[in-house]
Design a protein around this ligand. Sequence first.
Ligand code: SF4
Ligand code: SF4
Length: 117
Amino acid sequence: MKGTGKMIPLMLRMLVKKPDTILYPAQKAHVEEHFRGALKFDQALCIGCKLCMRVCPSAAIEIERVSETEKVFQAYVRMDRCIFCGQCVDTCPKKALENTENFELASTDKESLRKAI
Ligand code: SF4
Ligand code: SF4
């Protein structure tokens, strides 16, 4: 049969070769450098300028003032809208936002996808 001569050595190699896939989630997936995962917010650095909200193409990030007396802000992200473009991170003048390596964000509860970060 045509091609059998090449096929058999290939099959034998495949039998002893390590798989290219990993047993995720039992085995932790490798994340590349500069990966843009879930956002992290540093409340101590935020000045409430809301530039992150203005540049967000998905209207996914919200900044709310949480204190009447002090300038303290909380960031919320709608994970069902965020496209992980990193615009908010790049624009923040105080470096209060950063991307993490966390990509495990799936949920069956839509309400829970608006998260305080
Ligand atoms: S851009 Fe940065 S400093 Fe300004 S509101 Fe957003 S997180 Fe806070
Ligand atoms: S990463 Fe992009 S889509 Fe997500 S909140 Fe920031 S600007 Fe919006």
